[in-house]
Design a protein around this ligand. Structure first.
Ligand code: ATR
Length: 266
């Protein structure tokens, strides 16, 4: 039996176990997906221990995505983002990947949102903002990053090709000229709040929200009201899992079954 899992603290409410186990069931794989919650200082020891125990793969979440970089060989995307969310133990040494970036792009493509040549606005310059910004730039978009703490946006923009960094005050003018808008802040999570004023939205936009609780955030409701295309946060969560599954198993993921397992719990 292969063992996969999630390393985080806390991991109690994670939707990854049912999502991945739905895929194992569908494909008849002899595998389990379990959660691990090491103490905050023990991430590196946990990865080395997992390797020694023959664990096949780990997802990594808050607060360990940076910590594990020192004990894995990161792929170029994970290295540039400075964060790992997926570890593969199948080689001679553990490799680190970032399927938050590739998964977010796959969520957009799945909804027929063109990325190559698009003008994209990313709100947020934390972990999610970094992953999404690099993912967009690699896929050919021009990225404007707006963040409450402007210096984090300008710092990130220096690392991302063709990107610009801004404070939130620039949002309205940036969004007016944009094709794609992504919320990568926590604003709207379990609250009726939006990081982007409704007046800034328009019908030519595709709007994706990293927040998935609730699925219909204030931002997505405002976007739908002006005729914009919307992509909810469960698609990002789904596709980071799909990309991890495919990396670990080398097989096409049963996306519909994973999606059903996820959405039935949201
Ligand atoms: P994650 O890994 O989920 O991206 P994070 O690294 O803590 O989490 O980043 C949270 C993001 O949400 C940041 O961009 C943060 O802005 P700051 O860098 O200024 O802190 C943003 N954020 C959180 N609360 C916010 C709020 N009330 N208004 C605007 N931005 C907010």
């Amino acid at each position: 039996m292969q063992v996969f899992g999630l390393l985080g603290n806390p991991v109690g409410h994670s939707l990854s176990p049912p999502m991945h186990e739905a895929a194992y069931d569908e494909l008849g794989l002899d595998a389990r997906y379990v959660t691990f919650e090491p103490e905050p200082d023990d991430a590196e020891a946990a990865v080395c221990g997992a390797d020694a125990l023959g664990i096949a793969g780990l997802n990594v979440t808050i607060p360990f995505k940076q910590d594990v970089l020192s004990v894995v060989d990161p792929d170029p995307m994970a290295e540039r983002i400075g964060a790992v969310n997926t570890i593969d133990f199948s080689g001679t040494e553990p490799t680190g990947h970032n399927t938050d970036a590739t998964g977010a792009m796959r969520a957009l493509r799945d909804h027929d949102v063109p990325i190559d040549g698009a003008r994209a606005v990313v709100v947020g310059a934390g972990g999610a903002g970094r992953a999404v910004s690099f993912g967009l730039a690699d896929a050919g978009a021009t990225v404007a990053i707006a963040n409450r703490t402007e210096s984090k946006a300008t710092d990130l923009a220096e690392a991302v090709p063709d990107a610009s960094g801004h404070g939130l005050a620039d949002l309205e003018s940036l969004v007016a000229d944009a094709d794609v808008l992504i919320n990568a802040t926590s604003v709207g999570m379990e609250e009726d709040a939006t990081p982007v004023p409704a007046e800034a939205l328009h019908g030519e936009l595709a709007v994706m929200d990293a927040v998935y609780r609730p699925l219909e955030t204030r931002l997505l409701e405002d976007a739908a009201a002006v005729g914009a295309r919307t992509v909810d946060g469960a698609w990002m969560l789904l596709y980071q899992g799909v990309e991890a599954f495919e990396l670990w198993t080398g097989r096409d993921a049963p996306v519909d079954e994973m999606n059903e397992a996820l959405r039935s719990r949201l």
